[in-house]
Design a protein around this ligand. Structure first.
Ligand SMILES: *Cc1c(COP(=O)(O)O)cnc(C)c1O
Length: 456
């Protein structure tokens, strides 16, 4: 018999509290600013968009936040998620490194996103909200919120980025099966969508535009709130169940990571697996290296500016200080739709500025090659987004091989790729190309960043 491959926890070990890294930051986050006054926003400014419980989770510096029992009860459908040791991948790479991965593809929507969707739907239902509006890029978030809405009896309206609405009909079918209403964005449903279509009837859409539409619907309807699947502090908070469980499972394996790898779109799955470990390091524990992997076609952490920017293209959201490519930047249409966002979570950006994390960018073809190699040794076909984390972990394992080091590598396999077979078919047929963004458009988008007076 070989060494153990799979580390499972009993249902009773689902975390009872989320971990809030704001309690342990050596320097607090820059405040979020009101788009009109450029002054820090207060809870009341956000009340049209979010229930108060979530607004308080945005700003609290309490270290541990209780997970409500009804949320834990739904988590039991797939949590605790398994931690695997990738023995076969290690052998295929000929590396002395130990590779562990946490697998979040076991959720009903096939990714980590239900970890926050269920929590957000719960707090909205507690506040008496009847409908949630949201955006989705690849369809992962839309299907996660549709799932959570169905379980809590809340209507869900999803603005899906036009290209993915056209390219990924099965994600839409899944959202509609859960009872959600799904519209291509830009849509004729909102003032902002109509204004974009008037200028550009064939606009492919972007997450920034879809966010503007979803925010507009929430702002104009009292019974409707907005839900975001990444970027915000409370979303990252909810994802920490991933890292908290991984800590328990690694103890079972008598292992601890030297390096942790995650892919970053808005930063939530990366935060989920890394923040509990980073916090442990900040409180005097071991300090693993932490590596964020992003797409070279949308490189906010490696090529963006750390500056105040809007979260959306229509400039309806507050301004947050983050790594950004500019809110008017439209990333090229590569296949990891969940990573096509102009900004990065303020918390992840802040950690990058504090040199507590590293970031690298890879092109999509090398990431698909890594994903295929992973599938052929471990059996799970990763989501195109997750391929970036696989690529990052493989690079670390190959470095260990060159240096003759038997380090322990942990990465987050944040979702499976069963809805992304068109992308894999393109890869196999050789028609997948590496997209580069337009340097000129990036320069223009960065030149258009809002000017914000520096606090004295
Ligand atoms: C949405 C998504 C991402 C990107 O979002 P993060 O907030 O950066 O995690 C990555 N992977 C998968 C599978 C996704 O669905």
């Amino acid at each position: 018999m070989g060494e153990q491959t799979k580390y499972l926890l009993d249902e009773s070990r689902i975390p009872k509290r989320w971990y809030n890294i704001q309690a342990d930051l050596p320097k607090p986050l820059a405040p979020v600013l009101h788009p009109g006054t450029m002054k820090p926003v207060g809870p009341d400014d956000l009340a049209p968009l979010f229930p108060m419980a979530l607004i308080m989770q945005e700003v609290t510096t309490e270290r541990e936040i209780d997970i409500p029992e009804p949320v834990r009860d739904i988590y039991r459908l797939w949590r605790p998620s398994p931690l695997f040791r990738a023995h076969r991948l290690e052998k295929a790479l000929g590396t002395p490194a130990k590779i562990f991965y946490k697998y979040e593809g076991v959720s009903p929507a096939g990714s980590h996103k239900p970890n926050t969707a269920v929590a957000q739907a719960f707090y909205n239902r507690e506040a008496g909200i009847k409908r949630l509006s949201t955006e989705t890029g690849a369809g992962q978030w839309g299907s996660s919120l549709a799932f959570a809405g169905a379980l809590f009896g809340i209507d869900v309206t999803v603005f899906q980025v036009r290209v993915s609405y056209d390219q990924k009909p099965y994600r839409r079918a899944l959202m509609e099966s859960y009872g959600a209403r799904c519209l291509p964005s830009p849509s004729t449903e909102t003032d902002y969508g109509r204004s974009v279509l008037a200028k550009s009837p064939d606009h492919p859409g972007s997450l920034g535009i879809a966010i503007s539409e979803a925010v507009e619907v929430a702002a104009k309807n009292d019974d409707t709130k907005y839900a975001l699947g990444s970027v915000l502090n409370h979303v990252l908070l909810h994802q920490t169940v991933v890292g908290l469980e991984a800590m328990e499972q690694l103890k079972m394996a008598d292992a601890w990571p030297d390096v942790i790898v995650g892919c970053t779109g808005g930063g939530s799955n990366f935060a989920g697996i890394t923040f509990p470990f980073i916090g442990d390091g900040l409180r005097g524990g071991a300090k693993p290296r932490i590596v964020a992997v992003e797409p070279a076609a949308c490189p906010s952490l490696t090529r963006g500016k750390f500056a105040y920017d809007f979260g959306d293209t229509g400039h309806m959201t507050p301004l947050a200080k983050m790594h950004t490519l500019g809110s008017t930047f439209t990333p090229p249409g590569f296949h990891a739709g969940g990573l096509r966002y102009h900004g990065m979570a303020p918390l992840v950006s802040h950690l990058k500025e504090l040199n507590l994390i590293e970031a690298v960018a890879y092109h999509q073809k090398e990431c698909f090659a890594a994903g295929i190699q992973f599938a052929r040794s471990e059996g799970i076909l990763p989501a195109p987004e997750a391929n970036h984390a696989v690529k990052g972990a493989i690079e670390e394992a190959l470095r260990c091989k060159r240096e003759g080091r038997s380090e322990t590598i942990l990465f987050n396999l944040c979702g499976h790729g069963h809805f992304d077979m068109a992308a894999y078919m393109a890869y196999s047929a050789g028609t997948l190309t590496d997209q580069s963004y337009s340097e000129q458009e990036l320069a223009m988008a960065l030149a258009g960043l809002p000017s914000v007076p520096e606090p004295a």
